[in-house]
Ligand binder design. Structure first.
Ligand SMILES: C[S@@+](CC[C@H](N)C(=O)[O-])C[C@H]1O[C@@H](n2cnc3c(N)ncnc32)[C@H](O)[C@@H]1O
Length: 205
Protein backbone atom coordinates (compact mmCIF):
# COMPACT_ATOMS: atom_id res chain seq x y z
CA UNK A 1 0.00 0.00 0.00
CA UNK A 2 2.67 2.49 1.04
CA UNK A 3 4.67 2.59 -2.15
CA UNK A 4 1.49 2.99 -4.11
CA UNK A 5 1.79 6.52 -5.56
CA UNK A 6 -1.98 6.88 -4.96
CA UNK A 7 -1.37 6.73 -1.19
CA UNK A 8 1.10 9.62 -1.45
CA UNK A 9 -1.05 11.62 -3.86
CA UNK A 10 -3.78 12.04 -1.27
CA UNK A 11 -1.32 13.62 1.21
CA UNK A 12 -1.18 17.37 0.73
CA UNK A 13 2.35 18.54 0.10
CA UNK A 14 5.10 19.83 -2.10
CA UNK A 15 7.12 16.81 -3.12
CA UNK A 16 6.81 14.53 -6.11
CA UNK A 17 7.01 10.75 -5.90
CA UNK A 18 10.47 10.56 -7.50
CA UNK A 19 11.86 12.98 -4.89
CA UNK A 20 10.06 11.07 -2.17
CA UNK A 21 11.52 7.71 -3.16
CA UNK A 22 14.99 9.33 -3.08
CA UNK A 23 14.28 10.54 0.49
CA UNK A 24 13.23 7.02 1.45
CA UNK A 25 16.46 5.50 0.09
CA UNK A 26 18.70 8.08 1.75
CA UNK A 27 16.90 7.74 5.10
CA UNK A 28 17.16 3.97 4.91
CA UNK A 29 20.92 4.30 4.54
CA UNK A 30 21.49 7.16 6.98
CA UNK A 31 19.34 5.78 9.79
CA UNK A 32 21.62 2.78 10.20
CA UNK A 33 23.95 5.16 12.07
CA UNK A 34 21.70 7.68 13.79
CA UNK A 35 18.22 9.24 13.76
CA UNK A 36 17.06 11.44 10.88
CA UNK A 37 15.44 14.87 11.16
CA UNK A 38 13.39 17.11 8.92
CA UNK A 39 12.43 20.74 9.23
CA UNK A 40 9.05 21.37 7.58
CA UNK A 41 6.51 18.59 8.21
CA UNK A 42 3.45 20.36 6.70
CA UNK A 43 0.90 17.52 6.23
CA UNK A 44 3.45 14.71 6.43
CA UNK A 45 4.33 13.85 2.84
CA UNK A 46 8.13 13.95 3.15
CA UNK A 47 7.85 12.52 6.69
CA UNK A 48 6.25 9.32 5.39
CA UNK A 49 8.95 8.71 2.77
CA UNK A 50 11.73 9.45 5.27
CA UNK A 51 9.94 7.54 8.02
CA UNK A 52 9.62 4.41 5.89
CA UNK A 53 13.40 4.42 5.44
CA UNK A 54 13.97 4.90 9.19
CA UNK A 55 11.46 2.18 10.07
CA UNK A 56 13.56 -0.42 8.29
CA UNK A 57 16.33 0.15 10.84
CA UNK A 58 14.02 0.57 13.82
CA UNK A 59 15.27 4.16 13.92
CA UNK A 60 13.27 7.39 14.25
CA UNK A 61 12.56 10.52 12.24
CA UNK A 62 12.20 13.78 14.17
CA UNK A 63 9.83 15.99 12.19
CA UNK A 64 9.77 19.66 13.18
CA UNK A 65 7.09 22.22 12.30
CA UNK A 66 5.22 24.90 14.23
CA UNK A 67 2.35 23.98 11.84
CA UNK A 68 1.41 27.61 11.32
CA UNK A 69 2.60 27.54 7.72
CA UNK A 70 5.29 29.54 5.92
CA UNK A 71 4.69 32.99 4.40
CA UNK A 72 3.38 31.54 1.13
CA UNK A 73 0.81 29.40 3.01
CA UNK A 74 -0.91 32.35 4.71
CA UNK A 75 -4.26 33.74 3.47
CA UNK A 76 -3.54 35.61 0.26
CA UNK A 77 -0.27 33.72 -0.28
CA UNK A 78 0.50 31.74 -3.45
CA UNK A 79 0.13 28.38 -1.65
CA UNK A 80 -2.74 29.19 0.73
CA UNK A 81 -5.02 26.16 1.18
CA UNK A 82 -8.30 27.02 2.96
CA UNK A 83 -8.72 23.40 4.04
CA UNK A 84 -5.76 23.72 6.45
CA UNK A 85 -7.00 27.03 7.90
CA UNK A 86 -8.49 26.83 11.40
CA UNK A 87 -11.21 29.51 11.52
CA UNK A 88 -11.54 29.38 15.28
CA UNK A 89 -7.82 29.95 15.84
CA UNK A 90 -7.71 32.24 12.80
CA UNK A 91 -4.53 30.64 11.59
CA UNK A 92 -3.16 27.89 9.41
CA UNK A 93 -2.92 24.66 11.40
CA UNK A 94 -1.54 21.66 9.54
CA UNK A 95 -0.95 19.56 12.66
CA UNK A 96 -4.28 17.61 12.51
CA UNK A 97 -3.50 16.72 8.87
CA UNK A 98 0.04 15.71 9.75
CA UNK A 99 -1.20 13.50 12.58
CA UNK A 100 -3.75 11.84 10.35
CA UNK A 101 -1.05 11.08 7.79
CA UNK A 102 1.17 9.49 10.44
CA UNK A 103 -1.67 7.31 11.71
CA UNK A 104 -2.76 6.24 8.21
CA UNK A 105 0.79 5.35 7.24
CA UNK A 106 1.35 3.15 10.31
CA UNK A 107 4.45 5.16 11.28
CA UNK A 108 3.37 6.38 14.72
CA UNK A 109 6.24 4.46 16.35
CA UNK A 110 8.80 5.87 13.91
CA UNK A 111 7.94 9.56 13.41
CA UNK A 112 8.42 11.87 16.38
CA UNK A 113 6.56 15.15 15.81
CA UNK A 114 8.17 18.25 17.31
CA UNK A 115 5.63 21.05 17.22
CA UNK A 116 7.51 24.33 17.56
CA UNK A 117 9.82 26.58 15.58
CA UNK A 118 13.03 24.92 14.43
CA UNK A 119 14.99 27.57 16.32
CA UNK A 120 13.29 26.61 19.59
CA UNK A 121 13.79 22.88 18.95
CA UNK A 122 17.52 23.32 18.41
CA UNK A 123 18.15 25.26 21.62
CA UNK A 124 18.92 22.21 23.72
CA UNK A 125 19.48 19.69 20.95
CA UNK A 126 22.39 17.29 21.57
CA UNK A 127 21.67 14.22 19.44
CA UNK A 128 23.94 13.45 16.45
CA UNK A 129 21.98 12.90 13.23
CA UNK A 130 22.44 10.69 10.18
CA UNK A 131 20.40 12.96 7.89
CA UNK A 132 18.91 16.46 7.99
CA UNK A 133 16.29 17.48 5.42
CA UNK A 134 15.75 21.25 5.23
CA UNK A 135 12.29 22.15 3.90
CA UNK A 136 11.04 24.77 6.38
CA UNK A 137 10.82 28.53 5.83
CA UNK A 138 12.07 29.52 2.38
CA UNK A 139 13.22 33.08 3.14
CA UNK A 140 16.99 33.44 3.17
CA UNK A 141 16.98 34.22 6.93
CA UNK A 142 14.96 31.13 7.75
CA UNK A 143 16.83 28.73 5.43
CA UNK A 144 20.22 30.05 6.59
CA UNK A 145 19.21 29.78 10.26
CA UNK A 146 18.16 26.14 9.72
CA UNK A 147 21.35 25.33 7.86
CA UNK A 148 23.65 26.81 10.50
CA UNK A 149 21.66 25.45 13.46
CA UNK A 150 21.14 21.88 12.31
CA UNK A 151 23.96 20.95 9.95
CA UNK A 152 26.45 20.79 12.80
CA UNK A 153 24.70 17.69 14.17
CA UNK A 154 25.21 15.64 11.00
CA UNK A 155 27.68 12.82 11.52
CA UNK A 156 30.51 12.25 9.04
CA UNK A 157 29.10 10.01 6.33
CA UNK A 158 25.62 11.48 6.90
CA UNK A 159 23.52 13.63 4.56
CA UNK A 160 22.39 17.23 4.35
CA UNK A 161 19.39 17.45 2.02
CA UNK A 162 17.89 20.73 0.84
CA UNK A 163 14.57 20.95 -0.99
CA UNK A 164 13.51 23.42 -3.71
CA UNK A 165 16.87 24.20 -5.23
CA UNK A 166 16.42 26.21 -8.42
CA UNK A 167 19.42 27.66 -10.15
CA UNK A 168 17.13 29.73 -12.37
CA UNK A 169 15.26 32.42 -10.37
CA UNK A 170 12.38 32.12 -12.88
CA UNK A 171 11.73 28.62 -11.52
CA UNK A 172 11.69 29.40 -7.81
CA UNK A 173 13.10 31.28 -4.81
CA UNK A 174 16.86 31.34 -4.40
CA UNK A 175 17.35 30.84 -0.65
CA UNK A 176 17.66 27.03 -0.77
CA UNK A 177 20.18 27.31 -3.61
CA UNK A 178 22.15 29.93 -1.66
CA UNK A 179 22.49 27.75 1.44
CA UNK A 180 23.37 24.77 -0.77
CA UNK A 181 26.22 26.82 -2.23
CA UNK A 182 27.32 27.95 1.23
CA UNK A 183 27.40 24.36 2.45
CA UNK A 184 29.53 23.36 -0.53
CA UNK A 185 31.88 26.32 0.00
CA UNK A 186 32.44 25.17 3.59
CA UNK A 187 34.43 22.23 2.21
CA UNK A 188 32.65 19.81 4.53
CA UNK A 189 30.36 18.29 1.92
CA UNK A 190 30.57 16.47 -1.35
CA UNK A 191 27.71 17.16 -3.78
CA UNK A 192 25.96 14.04 -5.05
CA UNK A 193 23.68 14.19 -8.11
CA UNK A 194 20.51 16.14 -7.38
CA UNK A 195 17.15 14.39 -7.53
CA UNK A 196 14.83 16.91 -9.19
CA UNK A 197 14.96 19.89 -6.79
CA UNK A 198 16.57 18.06 -3.85
CA UNK A 199 20.23 18.92 -3.27
CA UNK A 200 22.11 15.98 -1.76
CA UNK A 201 25.27 16.70 0.20
CA UNK A 202 27.38 14.00 1.79
CA UNK A 203 29.19 15.07 4.94
CA UNK A 204 32.72 13.99 4.15
CA UNK A 205 34.25 11.70 6.73
C1 LIG B 1 7.24 23.64 2.19
S1 LIG B 1 6.40 23.20 3.66
C2 LIG B 1 7.06 21.59 3.99
C3 LIG B 1 6.57 20.58 3.02
C4 LIG B 1 6.76 19.13 3.44
N1 LIG B 1 8.15 18.79 3.67
C5 LIG B 1 6.13 18.19 2.43
O1 LIG B 1 6.73 17.16 2.11
O2 LIG B 1 5.03 18.44 1.97
C6 LIG B 1 7.24 24.19 4.84
C7 LIG B 1 6.78 23.99 6.29
O3 LIG B 1 7.75 24.59 7.12
C8 LIG B 1 7.11 25.12 8.27
N2 LIG B 1 7.98 26.15 8.82
C9 LIG B 1 8.34 27.34 8.27
N3 LIG B 1 9.21 27.98 9.06
C10 LIG B 1 9.42 27.17 10.14
C11 LIG B 1 10.21 27.28 11.32
N4 LIG B 1 10.99 28.35 11.55
N5 LIG B 1 10.17 26.28 12.21
C12 LIG B 1 9.38 25.18 12.01
N6 LIG B 1 8.62 25.03 10.90
C13 LIG B 1 8.64 26.01 9.98
C14 LIG B 1 5.78 25.63 7.76
O4 LIG B 1 4.83 25.67 8.81
C15 LIG B 1 5.44 24.62 6.65
O5 LIG B 1 4.56 23.64 7.11
Amino acid sequence: MLFDPAFFRQIKGFLNHHEGVALYRLARKASRKAPCLEIGSYCGKSAVYLGLGCQENNAVLFSIDHHGGSEEHQPGGAYFDPSVYNRELQQVDTFPHFRQTILKSGLKNTIVPIVCSSQVAVRQWKTPLGLVFIDGGHSYESAFADYTAWSKFILPGGYLLIHDIYQDPQQGGQAPFQIYQQALASGRYKALPMIESIGILLHQP
